[in-house]
Design a protein around this ligand. Structure first.
Ligand code: DHB
Ligand code: MG
Length: 635
């Protein structure tokens, strides 16, 4: 399927946009008229530039306030259209998007609208151009795709067809069911996702759209309808987003392409899964070439977390890990890399023995530079990632050492795929000189519960899509909570089996600790690592005895707690004494506490216990932690 993107979706001048679009390997563009009107470039130059870059101008857009107008205004619009047709011919662009009329002068007369569009199509036909009619969600009389389709059918002109845009349909909670029956009159498909918001629809549409896979619309169901209609391209993105328009366009263009590849893969998968009697699904699959990425890998959890350190930090962080109940478990055979272990948790301290660790440390000081994910198909995981536009990472390996399929996550962290068949320590047996396991069980921290990643605002959507498309994780609801210096937005991403959990945090305020740490780590940094205990209160008691300093929690919190939940008074006092936070959902309870930050870095550790099927991350308690951290600085 040809892939296209509207120029409005990216930052920069028109020249920059075209280069970024071509570099991300799109086939074509929708030319957003204001981008051309403001460009110091003639139509002939534009066409030449697109030719040179291998791009086709698929659509010229938008042509506004056309249908259902009083005669004088209609005639002016026809004259204007001729000028735009001249331009389209010069650009080699075959189609113009007419969006439904928003003018107060528009008449509520579908027949008139159809007749006027017929005349426009007749003029377009003389030049072999085509007209696509799109319902804007805020059109004065036409705002649903079915109304636009009704008018297109009444107009009945071969050069007039329907354009659908997932934003307008999903934002009105309208159903895409039936688009499949539009057939060859479906002239163009614009895809956009968006977070669900209670905003006025125009503001939502013009500022908060995002790429498929980054929001909460059923973009897969929508595009499936288009494919079932027999539509074979271009598949195009039209994304009005304030953050994207302020972010380097090369990065956004990569996300854009990843989103389309993911979308095609998802629709393909659905059609392939359709029951045998669904002949239309089989026909749709045959008539299109939809991208076919390797399947989403199954993950069994996090094999290890690797920190970039220098000698001093190897010493200090190692010391902190020991107080947290980890024991020194071994040294790498050929590199300045050590392993600490507790329960099933493996933490690796890398003294810049690999390029990724060196780069990360020099930019950000001590920080997480890599993750190992356990999967039964490491090569498949790598192939899916690279098919979806992730860069591979080739770590230097010594003779006889394990070579792990690896990729670079957005922002530079390395993700290794570790064969689950190696078991919990198989990987390390090969590459490390291991010490005998400490027998005391440490502090009872048994596994990695989740990893929280701090992101600058321009990185959040990128990570949501990366997690969803490359790693196959689903997004939970975004929650917002208050830091003393701004709001934090947090989205949990997890696989269906809940073996891999990442929490993506972002703050629009530059004054929050979280935002400052994210900024300091180049936009993406692991902010905290949560270890799970089967008995958190006992673990906390052992950690405190070992001298671990937890973020203190206000007494006022514990006075409030029993007013929110029905809790045994003695239990509340145990929480208070331990400084442990508590949350409850219909599925279960969550107990958690935080260590103070590791000196000279942005990260800290969380200690958690899930009871029942609690599926969140204690977001309601985050303000208690953040306020406490802020007050600590004032004391
Ligand atoms: O916001 C707009 O005006 C606008 C214009 C053209 C489109 O295709 C669209 O979806 C929205
Ligand atoms: Mg549109």
């Amino acid at each position: 399927m040809r892939r296209s993107i509207a120029t409005v979706s990216l930052s920069g001048t028109l020249r920059d946009k075209l280069q970024a679009i071509a570099a991300a390997r799109f086939d074509g563009i929708e030319l957003f008229e204001p981008d051309f009107t403001t460009a110091r470039m003639s139509a002939a130059e534009m066409r030449q530039r697109c030719d040179d870059l291998g791009l086709k101008v698929e659509l010229f857009q938008p042509f506004r306030d056309f249908e259902g107008m009083p005669q004088a205004a209609f005639e002016r619009s026809l004259a204007r259209a001729e000028v735009k047709f001249d331009l389209m011919e010069a650009l080699g662009c075959p189609m113009v998007l007419v969006c439904s009329n928003t003018s107060p002068l528009a008449l509520p007369d579908a027949q008139l609208a159809a007749e006027q569009l017929h005349q426009l199509a007749e003029r377009a036909a003389r030049r072999n151009l085509r007209i696509g009619f799109e319902a804007l969600a805020w059109g004065r009389h036409v705002n649903k795709w079915r109304q636009a389709w009704d008018i297109v059918q009444r107009a009945d002109h071969p050069h007039l067809g329907l354009i659908v845009d997932s934003f307008h349909t999903a934002s009105l909670k309208d159903s895409p069911q039936g688009i499949a029956d539009v057939g060859e009159k479906l002239f163009f498909v614009q895809m956009a996702d968006a977070p669900l918001m209670g905003l006025d629809v125009i503001d939502w549409a013009r500022h908060h759209r995002n790429f498929p896979g980054q929001g909460q619309f059923d973009v897969v169901g929508f595009f499936e309808q288009c494919v079932r209609a027999g539509y074979s391209g271009p598949l195009s993105l039209e994304i009005f987003n304030d953050v994207f328009r302020a972010t380097p366009n090369r990065r956004i263009a990569v996300d854009a392409m990843r989103s389309l590849l993911w979308l095609e893969g998802e629709v393909r998968h659905r059609l392939e899964q359709a029951p045998a009697e669904d002949a239309a699904a089989a026909r749709a699959l045959q008539s299109q070439v939809l991208f076919d990425p390797p399947p989403v890998p199954a993950f069994q959890g996090i094999s290890f977390i690797e920190f970039a350190v220098d000698g001093t930090h190897a010493e200090n962080l190692g010391q902190l890990l020991r107080t947290l109940g980890f024991s020194f478990a071994g040294r790498h055979r050929s590199k300045a890399v050590t392993l600490f272990r507790q329960g099933g948790v493996n933490l690796v301290l890398n003294q810049q023995a690999t390029p990724a660790a060196r780069e990360r440390f020099s930019l950000q000081g001590p920080s997480v530079c890599a993750l190992g994910l356990r999967t039964d198909d490491p090569a498949g995981a790598l192939n899916r990632a690279t098919a979806l536009q992730s860069a591979r990472y080739d770590a230097p390996t010594g003779t006889g050492e394990q070579r792990l399929p690896s990729i670079v996550a957005p922002g530079g962290m390395v993700i290794h795929f570790v064969d689950d068949a190696l078991g919990e320590s198989g990987l390390f047996e090969k590459d490390f000189i291991l010490e005998a396991e400490a027998a005391d069980g440490g502090a009872g921290l048994q596994s990695l519960d989740h990893l929280a990643v701090g992101l600058t605002p321009d990185r959040l959507d990128t990570w949501v899509l990366f997690c969803r498309a490359v790693l196959g994780l689903d997004a939970g609801d975004a929650v917002k909570f208050a830091d003393p210096f701004g709001l934090i937005r947090s989205t949990g991403m997890a696989d269906a089996a809940r073996r891999l959990r990442l929490v993506l945090n972002m703050s629009m305020s530059e004054r929050t600790r979280m935002a400052q740490a994210a900024q300091a780590s180049g936009g993406v940094g692991v902010q905290h690592i949560a270890f799970a205990s089967a008995d958190l209160l006992a673990s906390v008691a052992r950690l405190k005895a070992a001298g671990v300093r937890l973020v203190p929690i206000s007494d006022n919190y514990y006075d409030d707690l029993p007013t929110r939940f029905e809790l045994d008074a003695a239990f509340v006092e145990r929480l208070r004494a331990a400084g442990v936070l508590f949350d409850r959902s219909p599925q279960g309870d969550y107990l958690h506490a935080y260590t103070e930050g590791y000196a000279g870095s942005g990260f800290f550790f969380e200690l958690v216990q899930r009871l029942g099927a609690y599926d969140g991350y204690g977001a309601v308690n985050a303000p208690a932690r953040m306020a406490s951290q802020a007050q600590e600085e004032q004391q």
